[in-house]
Design a protein around this ligand. Structure first.
Ligand code: SAM
Length: 183
């Protein structure tokens, strides 16, 4: 599915955000991201919840806590995306350019980090980003913004990603639940 996709969640607050940050991680996992990076408060419980989904439904995504997320982003954007060359930073913000118009201008030959904000977004996120991208010009949800962006970026293929070693596999069914347990 092309170059690596990281999702960076800025400003996680352990007391207030676990549910929405878990949803962000689950959307990232379900829709094609290779790694979920957490900035703000460290939250092992939140990571455990996501790992529990991974252990039941299959491995797809790494999780990592960043003590210095803006430092990490600076390095990624300007110097090193893991291979000694800069990566591409896409910052999701309602102030940016509409995602369907922006996506054709985003390079696909480098790893990408999709940044989603929290309660407060450091101004540097706007200046470090190669692309400030909006999903509509109204404030809504980081979960919705991430899902719609990833769907458009992967042209829908993110939802068809493969999961390694699932214990449970869901089979589409018009009625009821069809699930098999794997060996
Ligand atoms: N008040 C914060 C600020 O300083 O801009 C933003 C709060 S908002 C609930 C949290 C995050 O959701 C944003 O940083 C952005 O990543 C995402 N978001 C919300 N609405 C969006 C939109 N229309 N387009 C793109 N991203 C959006």
């Amino acid at each position: 599915m092309g170059e690596r996709i990281d999702v960076l969640r800025l400003g996680h607050r352990k007391g207030r955000d676990p549910r929405i940050t878990t949803h962000l991680a689950l959307v990232a996992r379900a829709m094609g991201a290779d790694r979920f990076l957490l900035g703000g408060d460290e939250d092992e419980k939140m990571f455990e919840n996501v790992r529990s989904v991974e252990s039941r439904f299959g491995q797809a995504m790494d999780l990592e806590y960043l003590a210095s997320p803006m430092g990490w982003l600076r390095t990624f954007a300007r110097k090193d995306a893991g291979d000694g060359q800069p990566g591409t930073v896409v910052h999701l913000t309602m102030y940016g350019l509409p995602h369907r118009e922006a996506i054709p201008h985003i390079r696909r030959d480098r790893p990408i980090t999709v940044v989603v904000g929290g309660a407060k977004v450091p101004p540097e996120a706007f200046s470090l980003a190669h692309h400030n991208v909006s999903v509509g010009q109204q404030p809504h949800s980081e979960v919705a913004a991430l899902a719609l962006f990833l769907d458009a970026w992967t042209e829908g293929a993110g939802l068809d990603r493969r999961f390694d070693a699932p214990k449970l596999v869901i089979h589409p069914s018009a009625r009821g639940k069809s699930v098999t347990e794997e060996e």
